[in-house]
Design a binder for this molecule. Structure first.
Ligand SMILES: CC(=O)SCCNC(=O)CCNC(=O)[C@H](O)C(C)(C)COP(=O)(O)OP(=O)(O)OC[C@H]1O[C@@H](n2cnc3c(N)ncnc32)[C@H](O)[C@@H]1OP(=O)(O)O
Length: 204
């Protein structure tokens, strides 16, 4: 049975607390941008997204399929992490309607489906290995749980990232049918349902 994602709410931007520090009144007045902000991406973020993807040398597969063009169609399935106005990490997802991901899933957004395809999670190269990728992924999954009708998230990744996603709660579904040149991918799944406790305490 499929359930519709009706009236999916866009993410209201939320901010982390600004770190406590001693600053002169003049310095305080200059800092008008929030220290940390999580929000859906907009078309105005396209250049920042592109820069992170380019600098990150994300595999040719993701570059070829330009996932950043997808979030224009479904911005509510994207999430950016901004520090003082600068994009430091992002996730781009879209809707999908089959049990497993296929080549078509890389360029399509199927609306009103219970499955989110996570195309890309990327952290600015200067900000890696600081826990940001894990934190953003966790926040994104919490956010998806709050969207009515969503049941699971799927992604593909190279073998070396399987432990990273496993640690975030994803389960392996086996080798993906998607391949590019000599690159092979593992498909992984995260169940969004059955998380009543998390939902009660996540501010949905
Ligand atoms: C669905 C997809 O998007 S798959 C493609 C994923 N994205 C990319 O490859 C883009 C380039 N890479 C990145 O942007 C980042 O390195 C990410 C998103 C993979 C990880 O984000 P980070 O903020 O660096 O990771 P974070 O600090 O939260 O977690 C680090 C953990 O991930 C593991 N990890 C991160 N990158 C790698 C890597 N390239 N190879 C192996 N392990 C890795 C680390 O070993 C570490 O594990 P530990 O906690 O057991 O020590």
């Amino acid at each position: 049975m499929t359930q519709k994602v009706s009236g999916s709410p866009f993410l209201k931007p939320f901010f982390l607390k600004t770190p406590v520090r001693v600053a002169s009144p003049l310095q305080q007045r200059r800092h008008t941008l929030p220290a940390s902000e999580f929000r859906n991406l907009t078309s105005q973020d396209a250049i920042s997204v592109f820069e992170i993807e380019r600098e990150g040398k994300i595999c040719v597969y993701f570059l070829q399929n330009s996932p950043y063009s997808l979030y224009v169609r479904c911005p509510e399935l994207s999430l950016g992490w901004f520090e003082e106005g600068q994009l430091v990490a992002f996730i781009i997802g879209s809707g999908w309607d089959k049990e497993r991901l296929s080549q078509k899933a890389m360029t399509q957004h199927v609306p009103d489906t219970p499955t989110v395809h996570i195309h890309v999670l990327s952290v600015h190269r200067h900000c890696r290995q600081q826990g940001k990728g894990s934190i953003l992924l966790w926040r994104y999954l919490q956010y998806l749980r709050c969207m009515p009708g969503l049941r699971r998230a799927l992604l593909i990744c190279e073998d070396f990232l399987v432990p990273f996603y496993r640690k975030a709660g994803f389960k392996e579904k086996g080798p993906s049918e998607i391949s590019v040149s000599n690159m092979q991918f593992q498909e992984m799944e995260y169940a969004l349902g059955g998380q009543a406790y998390a939902r009660r305490n996540s501010g949905c």
